[in-house]
Design a protein around this ligand. Structure first.
Ligand SMILES: [Zn+2]
Ligand SMILES: [Zn+2]
Length: 247
């Protein structure tokens, strides 16, 4: 008799049914087949996106595979892979995780990432996978870093070391939301630093930075700048939800 590899998981799914994080229907998995199908049909990763910053490309940009903004002023990061749009089906589950502190949603979001995107990213070779950090004050307030909670559930090659301790963030009281794009780039400068003990280990390495939401790209750009200033040779972003570019 062939014993299923995930026998424990299978038993748990039948004994402890749950609600789909998108449609709330009561069933076996944290995301149902119907919603997975809806995501798979319409998610951003199915579209032609800028290889560098992950936004959906306009027709005139398809040949270059790069958006006009990256063509005119290239960011410090090298590539960006996003699962879906910020205004798509996963925004609500992400908000439940971040603002209602429902950690189980990190599991559902990590599973969704693995089911839909893991195959596409299997060929990416890297040395580290690091979440965008929160400041210690923000971490104490929320109790967890949502990007790390998802990132640690994301499957990747075994040699890629995951760590939330390599990049740190200072706490500044100035709130980012609502600032103009120029101000956001200025406000974020000097916000991140690399833990001194890891600087040697990062030399000439490839680092994946995981973020739950990418909006202007200012945060990820500053992290990539700091990583490269500290000897990293290549920075790749993995992003759960990507905001559309301003129209
Ligand atoms: Zn569903
Ligand atoms: Zn771009």
């Amino acid at each position: 008799m062939r014993i299923p590899v995930n026998i424990f998981k299978t038993i748990c799914e039948h004994l402890l049914p749950t609600a789909c994080v998108i449609c709330q229907e009561f069933q076996a998995c944290s995301i149902c087949i119907k919603c997975l199908g809806r995501l798979n049909d319409g998610a951003l990763y199915n579209y032609q996106c800028c290889y560098q910053c992950g936004v959906a490309l306009h027709e005139s940009e398809l040949t270059q595979q790069q958006c006009g903004s990256c063509q005119s002023l290239a960011p410090y990061f090298d590539e960006t892979y996003c699962l879906d749009r910020y205004d798509g089906l996963l925004r609500h589950p992400l908000h439940e995780l971040k603002y209602q502190k429902r950690i189980a949603f990190a599991n559902a979001l990590g599973n969704t990432w693995n089911l839909l995107l893991q195959k596409n990213l299997a060929d990416i070779s890297a040395d580290y996978l690091l979440p965008v950090p929160l400041s210690n004050q923000k971490l104490a307030l929320r109790g967890f870093n949502q990007s790390w909670e998802i990132a640690k559930r994301v499957r990747c090659e075994k040699q890629i070391q995951k760590s939330p301790y390599i990049i740190h963030r200072h706490h500044y009281s100035q709130h980012q939301a609502g600032s103009s794009l120029g101000n956001r780039y200025l406000a974020i400068q000097g916000m991140f630093y690399v833990e001194e003990n890891y600087i040697n280990a990062l030399q000439n390495k490839t680092v994946i930075v995981f973020d739950d939401v990418m909006t202007s790209g200012a945060t990820l750009n500053e992290i990539a700048r700091v990583l490269k200033d500290n000897g990293v040779s290549r920075v790749i972003n993995w992003v759960l939800l990507r905001a559309a570019r301003p129209t």
